[in-house]
Design a protein around this ligand. Structure first.
Ligand SMILES: [Fe+2]
Length: 438
């Protein structure tokens, strides 16, 4: 770059005594040199500013046109598949399509990639660099400058008529070349950012489909866990769905909701190691039997710890879903904040389904009685925010605003006012009767 600027300076200093015509030309050259340097200093902040690329492209094109006294110009980016130039900024033309598209044959790509700097286009030579198969006629352009980074074509600048319809001279083309190095970098940078954004979105799509795959596989697994104990048929599936719905009502993002659903499906996986006889026992379990049943948490934890799930919290949810805030749970007797929120949600969903379902030793508890009991033992046993979210989902069912009902048909329903009453009780308990101005 310095060599070009230096050459332009030298060409202006040669001949101290010069005819008037030559002096005028030198003045013009100096002006152009100053314009180029000025443009360069303006382009830097423009190109590094955090703004929309279309705006940057227009600024860059204005700068190029200003430095070369062009009245018309287009800034193209190069698309590789299929090969084409597509405009990102155009100025000065009376009528030009947006975007202007110039399809390129391999020979055009080769000519643009191998040419050294800007070239003048005559009617006969335009076809060497640009095809006429696009929506813009190559004859509109008087000169074209390829934009290249490390020898690779990334775009092109095509200029139309100049002020006063004069021809682009060598100095003008040199100024254009100089600026094009910087514009090429900006165009390349934009292309890389776009590719990156595209890859990220492709990965997200892939992840979503993987999550879908996991969801289906785990749903089938949940059904398999429940098959062992006929009396709690569908429990794991419902706990997964309830936990996800509670997380959703708490405003969790879709990834956390998917994790809750999967953790709910798998929370009782350790029960595969429990004696089948215990599930059907119509009386309460003796201490030894209770311990065997309680061990499903640690056995389940061992099973899922060896699996690489997309959600890292699944093992702790499986292990701790019987932990309670007051330390009365098992297997580790955790207290309060030691019980993570996702564990509290699955624990609540598990209890809610257990209470509202048939057991070998009792009939299902009604929805109203279940919720009253849950509110009664909150916050000692359950998380108030999770219980509130459960009430929110049930209220949506009551007023019919849930697209997919939270409860399956058999669980019964409550009216919105009953749920509001429960929510008010919950609020009263959590605030210990204190009033807060909101
Ligand atoms: Fe359990």
């Amino acid at each position: 770059m310095l060599a070009i600027v230096w050459r332009m300076v030298l060409s202006n200093c040669s001949g101290i005594v010069a005819p008037a015509k030559r002096v005028a030309a030198q003045k013009e050259n100096f002006r152009r040199l100053l314009r180029t340097v000025e443009t360069l200093s303006d382009l830097g902040p423009e190109m590094t500013a955090e703004r929309d690329f279309t705006q940057t492209a227009h600024t860059m094109l204005s700068a190029l046109m200003h430095a070369t006294s062009a009245r018309e110009g287009v800034l193209f980016v190069f698309i590789e598949k299929p090969s084409m130039l597509t405009s990102v900024a155009a100025q000065g033309f009376a009528l030009i399509p947006e975007p202007s598209v110039v399809p390129l044959l391999p020979r055009h790509v080769h000519a643009l990639s191998s040419t050294q700097g800007a070239v003048l286009l005559a009617k006969t030579s335009a076809d060497t660099f640009l095809s006429a198969n696009g929506n813009v006629a190559p004859e509109l352009f008087k000169c074209v400058a390829p934009l290249k980074v490390a020898g690779k074509l990334v775009g092109a600048v095509a200029l139309g008529r100049r002020d006063g319809d004069s021809v682009y001279d060598e100095d003008g083309l040199q100024s254009l070349d100089l600026l094009c190095h910087y514009v090429a970098l900006a165009v390349q940078n934009h292309a890389l950012t776009q590719t990156l954004a595209q890859r990220v979105s492709e990965n997200l799509r892939l992840m979503a489909s993987l999550h879908g795959f996991y969801d289906n596989a785990l749903e089938a697994f949940a059904a398999a866990i429940d098959v062992k104990h006929v009396n709690i048929h569908g429990h794991s599936l419902r706990v997964g769905r309830y936990a996800a719905a509670i997380g959703d009502a708490m405003g969790m993002d879709s990834n956390d909701v998917a994790a809750l659903r999967s953790a709910g499906y798998l929370h009782d996986i350790g029960k595969v190691a429990v004696d089948k006889r215990l599930f059907g026992k119509p009386t309460s379990l003796d201490p030894e039997e209770f311990q065997e049943m309680a061990d499903h948490t640690t056995v389940g934890h061992q099973i899922v710890t060896g699996v690489q799930f997309p959600w890292p919290r699944i093992p702790e949810i499986v292990r701790w879903h019987h932990e309670r805030a007051d330390g009365s749970g098992y297997p580790d007797g955790l207290l309060n904040d030691d019980v993570p929120m996702s564990v509290r949600i699955v624990g609540l969903a598990d209890t809610f389904d257990a209470m509202t379902s048939l057991r070998p030793y009792r009939e299902p508890i009604s929805l109203g009685a279940t919720l009253s009991e849950i509110v009664r033992i909150t916050p000692q046993k359950f998380d108030p925010a999770a219980v509130h979210a459960l009430l929110v989902q049930l209220r949506r069912d009551a007023v019919g605003s849930n697209r997919t009902p939270f409860l399956e048909g058999s669980a019964g329903h409550l009216g919105p006012s009953d749920i509001d009453h429960l929510a008010a009780n919950l609020q009263h308990k959590v605030s210990s009767g204190r009033m807060f101005l909101t």
